[in-house]
Design a protein around this ligand. Structure first.
Ligand SMILES: O=C([O-])CC(=O)C(=O)O
Ligand SMILES: [Mg+2]
Length: 591
């Protein structure tokens, strides 16, 4: 009963290529010198691995009621489907109606995950066409709740689980994954899931969600994306006691045991997929995140989304906000609440950008930036007891005990929340900031919504409508004094999909900070006059694929400039090239 069929167009590109651009010619060979072997090209994309009943259960190829008469004949589907044929558009309409009927966001999440498991192209069609509506479902805030309840809602595994039990066998585990050509891995160890803390093995929802965005927002082929959770235990007592918990029932391995497992993982990935596979570290705890990034950035293509992706998106937002407020970046005074991955990552990228603009040394530009942690303002007298990643921010100053006092003393122009702790930008804090700024810039970055430092409504109300506000999780527009204020969403989702695309299309083998600046610059350049007129500092997510193409092009250009790109020759028009490489979820015709 085995039938074979061709997926038209899929052979053309490293990523995926719209058939019409392939037919039109003029598209360069994306494989470059690393052209995949004929064997890789033929399997598995061009021949069906399934037909008939199993074809309907293969999410990569299934089209449900959209199979045509000819396809039903050719692939043994007669009788397995009701007689009607629906277009993809009509399927989309029906599913959106169904999803909108659910009142509870988690129900929407579950139904979307089921769709992804049933009909992948339709899932991505929905996500791309309805990105602003569905992003809060497959991503923050709902994905946070999904991770908290992952054990209870778990039906079928997604992604790859690597636990301490697999120590010594990680290469074999990677080989169990059905796809051989992987371009992007998002990996977590679940220790700091959003601002929700240690969710252990249930953090898997995050790599799954991030990679869905890689495809929907950045155009990577779904089959080239691999979500991974490394399970070294959890220190979350509630999960350890929960009878439905899906992870190892032990406290977290640390030190040598932890680093040996991670090292085996990093080596196995490179051995199995080569040096051009992107490994995105996601939601690791501070104490491991900095160390892993420092250790592997010189040997692997790695990127920490929470340190670097967040930094790049915030820098873009600040640059855009200054167009509304006036003043140069170097004239600002920054105050952060939270000195972890996001806080210090953003601070460093801002300091780098100011150095680039003013030619001042980094040690000087860092002095424009102040950070508050749980013990108060980070100052030089605290240096001995500070973790390494905080030390560059310990400037000369009297001790200041908390955020409110720090705002009063430092009089920052920009306040950034990156502590993972909700409701910390109190009325007093926002009022103090507003008393020294005409247009205070407030970024409440912690996720999900419950952990946001303040809500959009609070920021606008307490600043009497003067704040330029953005947050990590989405907030609806706010009415204040008869005016509508539209908050920005300062989330790394703007950056990482395009950033990854840029790395992949250039065949980059390393990530450098200049590439993050390039991504940031590309994002800021996509804010239109129309956006600014509405007070927006980020372009709407509805245009994200265009934005991603620009980010990818700028990142790829920088990779070529720095000599870390291996795909030669360099395509001339990188924006067009990035666009042509993007996966589109329109159904293919099966011959
Ligand atoms: O996932 C998000 O929405 C942003 C992010 O990386 C985090 O909060 O850890
Ligand atoms: Mg994250």
């Amino acid at each position: 009963m085995e039938s074979t069929f061709k997926e038209i167009g899929d052979r053309q590109s490293v990523l995926d290529l719209d058939p019409k651009s392939a037919v039109g010619g003029g598209v360069e060979d994306v494989y470059g010198e690393d052209r995949a072997t004929e064997d890789q090209l033929v399997t598995p994309w061009t021949f069906s691995v399934a037909s008939g009943y199993s074809l309907l259960r293969d999410p990569q190829y299934n089209k449900g009621l959209a199979f045509t008469e000819k396809e039903r004949d050719a692939h043994y589907l007669r009788g397995l489907l009701p007689p009607i044929i629906l277009s993809q558009q009509l399927q989309e309409k029906k599913l959106m109606q169904n999803i909108r009927q659910y009142q509870v966001p988690l129900q929407k999440y579950i139904s979307l995950m089921e769709l992804q498991e049933r009909n992948e192209r339709l899932f991505y069609k929905l996500l791309i066409d309805n990105v602003e509506e569905l992003l809060p479902v497959v991503y923050t805030p709902t994905v946070g709740e999904a991770c908290q309840k992952y054990g209870s809602i778990f039906k079928r595994p997604q992604g790859l689980y690597i636990s301490l039990k697999e120590k010594g066998k990680i290469l074999e585990v990677l080989k169990n994954w059905p796809e051989r050509t992987i371009q992007a891995i998002v990996v977590t160890d679940g220790e700091r899931i959003l601002g929700l803390g240690d969710l252990g093995c249930q953090g898997m929802g995050i790599p799954v969600g991030k990679l869905s965005l890689y495809t929907a927002l950045g155009g990577l082929r779904p089959s080239a994306c691999l979500p991974i959770t490394i399970d070294v235990g959890t220190n979350n007592e509630q999960l350890l006691k929960n009878e439905f918990y899906i992870g190892l029932r032990q406290r977290r391995a640390t030190g040598k045991e932890y680093y040996e497992l991670l090292h085996e993982f990093m080596s196995a990935v490179k051995q199995n997929y080569g040096e051009k596979v992107l490994i995105q570290f996601e939601d690791f705890a501070n104490h491991n995140a900095f160390e892993l990034l420092a250790k592997y950035r010189t040997t692997h293509l790695v990127f920490n989304d929470d340190i670097q992706g967040t930094a790049s998106v915030v820098l873009a937002g600040v640059v855009a906000a200054l167009k509304l407020v006036g003043g140069a970046l170097a004239e600002q005074k920054f105050l952060f609440l939270g000195a972890g991955e996001a806080g210090t990552g953003i601070a460093e990228l801002i300091a780098l950008e100011i150095s680039k603009q003013t030619k001042a040394p980094l040690e000087e530009t860092r002095k424009k930036i102040w950070l508050v942690d749980s013990k108060g303002l980070i100052v030089s007298s605290r240096k001995d007891s500070l973790q390494n990643f905080k030390k560059p921010w310990a400037h000369e100053h009297e001790p200041v005990k908390d955020l409110l006092d720090a705002v009063k003393v430092m009089k920052p122009t920009i306040l950034i929340g990156s502590s993972g702790v909700g409701k910390t930008f109190t009325k007093e804090v926002v009022e103090a900031l507003s008393s020294c700024n005409d247009k205070p810039i407030i970024m409440a970055l912690s996720n999900p919504t419950s952990q946001s430092e303040c809500t959009a409504e609070e920021a606008y109300t307490w600043s009497k409508g003067r704040a330029i506000f953005a947050s990590g999780s989405p907030f609806d527009p706010v009415e204040y004094n008869g005016k509508t204020y539209v908050p920005g969403q300062s989330n790394n989702a703007y950056i990482f999909p395009g950033f990854g695309l840029g790395l992949i299309i250039s065949g980059a083998i390393r990530v450098h900070d200049e590439m993050l600046l390039a991504a940031s610059e590309a994002l800021a350049s996509q804010v239109t006059k129309e956006n600014f007129d509405k007070g927006l500092i980020y372009p709407p997510f509805s245009t994200i694929r265009k934005i991603s193409a620009h980010i990818a092009a700028n990142v790829a250009a920088k990779a070529y400039e720095l000599g870390v790109a291996t795909r030669l020759p360099r395509p001339k028009d990188l924006v067009k090239y990035a666009e042509n490489c993007m996966y589109t979820p329109v159904y293919r015709n099966y011959r």
